[in-house]
Design a protein around this ligand. Structure first.
Ligand SMILES: [Zn+2]
Length: 272
C-alpha cells in the first residue's frame, strides 16, 4: 500500500503553534502523524549561501532577523506544551534538524564538533520535549559531510536528506527521488529530493507534482516549511498556497488505499 510521510522543516523558538495547527490540524484530527524537523538552538543571523546575495534565512521572523544570538526551543513554552501533547498522543515525531541550523553546520569533517552538536541538540530536544523519542536526523539545508553521515549512523539515527549526499558513502542505499532504504536492520535512510510546496513555485504546480507522486510511487515524502505558507511572515497563510495544500489533504485523507507514517514508525515495520 502506498505510504505518505509528512515532514515539516524549521520548527524553532520562533514557531507559533497556531501556524502548525493551521497546516496540520486536519492530519492530527484524522489521528495521523507529522514529522517535524526541529531546530534546538536556532541562530538568528543565518544566511542562505546558495541564494544570490546570501539572504537571511526566511525562517527567521523580521523582528529578530540578523541578531547575532541563538534562541532555545525550550524558551517557547506554548510551543513545547503544544508539541508534547502531540508527541504523547503519537501525532508528531520530533526530529533533530541540526543544532543552530546555520548553512555550513554539518558539512564539517570535525568529528568532535559533530558529536558535540548532536549531543547538545538531542539533550536540548529531550528537555524541551520529554514526551518525544528523538530518532531521526534531518540536516540543515540538506548539506552534510560523509563524516557526519557516518557519525549519525554510528549514533543510531534514521536519516532524511537529499540523494546528492549519498555518493560519498557507497555502502549506503544509493536511492533518489522519494524513497527509503535500509541502512541496517534498525536504521532507515529516507531520500526526499523535492520540496513539493515552496514559495517560489506556483501552488497549482506543487499540487500537480504531489498528486503525480502519490499516484505512481510506493513512498512519497511531502516536505514543507511551515513558514512558506506565511512567507514573508504574514499574519495569515497565503490563500493560493493553503488552498492547494488543502486540496492535497482532501486527496490523501479521503483515500482508503494509502497509509500515513512517521520516519520512526515506517522504520519499525516488518522488524522481528
Ligand atoms: Zn531547515
Amino acid at each position: 500500500m502506498p505510504t505518505i510521510i509528512f515532514r515539516d522543516d524549521d520548527t524553532s523558538y520562533f514557531t507559533a503553534p497556531e501556524r502548525l495547527q493551521a497546516i496540520y490540524g486536519r492530519v492530527w484530527d484524522a489521528g495521523e502523524p507529522v514529522c517535524l524537523a526541529v531546530i534546538p538552538w536556532v541562530y538568528a543571523d543565518t544566511r542562505v549561501y546558495w541564494s544570490h546575495g546570501n539572504p537571511q534565512d526566511p525562517g527567521i521572523p523580521p523582528e529578530h532577523c540578523g541578531e547575532t544570538r541563538n534562541f532555545a526551543i525550550s524558551d517557547n513554552r506554548a510551543l513545547c506544551d503544544f508539541l508534547n501533547k502531540k508527541a504523547a498522543a503519537g501525532l508528531v515525531e520530533i526530529c533533530l534538524h541540526g543544532y543552530t541550523h546555520t548553512f555550513f553546520e554539518f558539512i564539517t569533517h570535525d568529528l568532535s564538533l559533530i558529536r558535540q552538536k548532536l549531543e547538545q541538540g538531542v539533550d536540548l530536544l529531550r528537555r524541551a520535549f520529554p514526551a518525544a523519542d528523538i530518532k531521526t536526523f534531518i540536516p540543515p539545508y540538506d548539506r552534510i559531510s560523509p563524516v557526519a553521515l557516518e557519525e549519525l549512523i554510528a549514533a543510531g539515527f534514521h536519516i532524511s536528506t537529499m540523494s546528492h549526499n549519498l555518493s560519498a558513502l557507497p555502502a549506503l542505499p544509493q536511492i533518489a527521488g522519494f524513497d527509503a532504504g535500509r541502512i541496517n536492520q534498525r536504521q532507515m535512510l529516507y531520500v526526499c529530493d523535492d520540496y513539493l510546496f515552496t514559495y517560489q513555485r506556483d501552488p497549482a504546480e506543487s499540487l500537480r507534482l504531489a498528486r503525480g507522486s502519490l499516484a505512481t510511487k510506493d513512498l512519497t515524502i511531502v516536505c514543507n516549511h511551515y513558514w512558506m505558507f506565511y512567507h514573508p511572515w504574514r499574519s495569515q497563510p497565503n490563500a493560493a498556497d493553503i488552498a492547494a495544500w488543502h486540496s492535497l489533504l482532501d486527496a490523501i485523507l479521503g483515500a482508503d488505499d494509502c497509509e500515513i507514517a512517521s520516519f520512526a514508525g515506517y522504520a519499525a515495520r516488518d522488524l522481528p
